[in-house]
Ligand binder design. Sequence first.
Ligand code: IMP
Length: 429
Amino acid sequence: MANVAVIGAQWGDEGKGKVVDWLASRADVVVRFQGGHNAGHTLVVGNQTYKLSLLPSGVVRGKLGVIGNGVVLDPDALLSEISRVRGQGLDVGPHNLRIAENVPLILPLHPAIDKAREEARGEAKIGTTGRGIGPAYEDKVARRAIRLCDLAEPETLSAKLDELLLHHNTLLKGLGAATFEKQELLDKLVALAPKLLPYAEAVWERLDEARHGNKRVLFEGAQAVMLDVDHGTYPFVTSSNTVAGNAAAGAGIGPHGIGTVLGIAKAYTTRVGSGPFPTELFDDVGKRLGERGREFGTVTGRPRRCGWFDACLVRQAVKVGGIQGLALTKLDVLDGLEELKICTGYRIEGEVVKRLPAALGAQAKAEPIYETLEGWTQSTQGARSWAELPATAIKYVKRIEELVEAPVTLLSTSPERDDTILVSDPFAG
Ligand code: IMP
């Protein structure tokens, strides 16, 4: 079975949408295995732009979409996304979208807690998307989450809501926020049941069938390795494991089913939300990257922080994320810059290190060590072969390969799906 997992190698927004869409057209099944509607994938297909948050990108290509148990699912967000894409002419329904029956749900109290806590943090805020992702994962791990399958059992729901509200209303009161009524939530969930249950199943069985039927499965990661709850810049991270290893647990397949792991990285670096960012630029170059790269969050519309390519960080993502090949995106955004810098390591209190340390204090002290490369004046936008790239652009890509210790297997030169230089086929294994 030739499967592929795609994960972000920086802090998210690497342009996974386009690469995933490109790969989805060659897959049979596309699976989301972590995150929720904090993710935002923009797919440009012909003259249509699809903005997906929860739906696996495969639905745009008419493939079977699966939402795995590792996701946290907001029913309202899902239903409104389905009706939005249906309005754009896509066919989405229980026949081509299956959702793990054991997926935990995001309820209205989760974004309420998320926002109240962020407010209470003040200056120290994480900069979450405010969608309730963290609180929903907390409930899952604390064993009090309401899961999709519970919608079929009103008595189970009632007892679980008692436990949930005991916890959350106490917390909300303490934070000075409005509390929630049990009956209102119960009525809401009972009303949602007939709309959501037709999608529910044991998706692990379907994936097992796919495995035996030699189908191609694409695991679509959300966020990125540096936002991983274990391996990222904690606590400025999301609340799930974003590394490829989690595709197995988050979908219900064994680790051998994941297949080739493709990491996506921008040819520079961006980040939304708070947290360390050693190569962040506060000058005109940073502004230019943001403008040329149209760096605004898909989900929240927030401007993204921009900086030079951090090879030290991506190398770390390659190692902990299990990345075997790198798709480099938005190379064209660098067009016209006289010189380019790549971070090769950090200096911390005089000592040179080749990894971002885990401790917050040490991260704040990390000064990037740069290597300077010559830029290019020609446009690389829309290039579809190496021959169309200036020699200095090829040199830049080759240097990145060396520094991150992974081959660049795909190069993207515009938002258009076909403006891609393929070096090797990830589905070939
Ligand atoms: P949360 O996932 O909403 O809890 O947010 C935690 C951190 O992850 C914040 O810094 C968010 O900006 C960031 N984040 C969450 N989802 C994405 C994404 O899809 N792209 C980029 N950053 C994200």
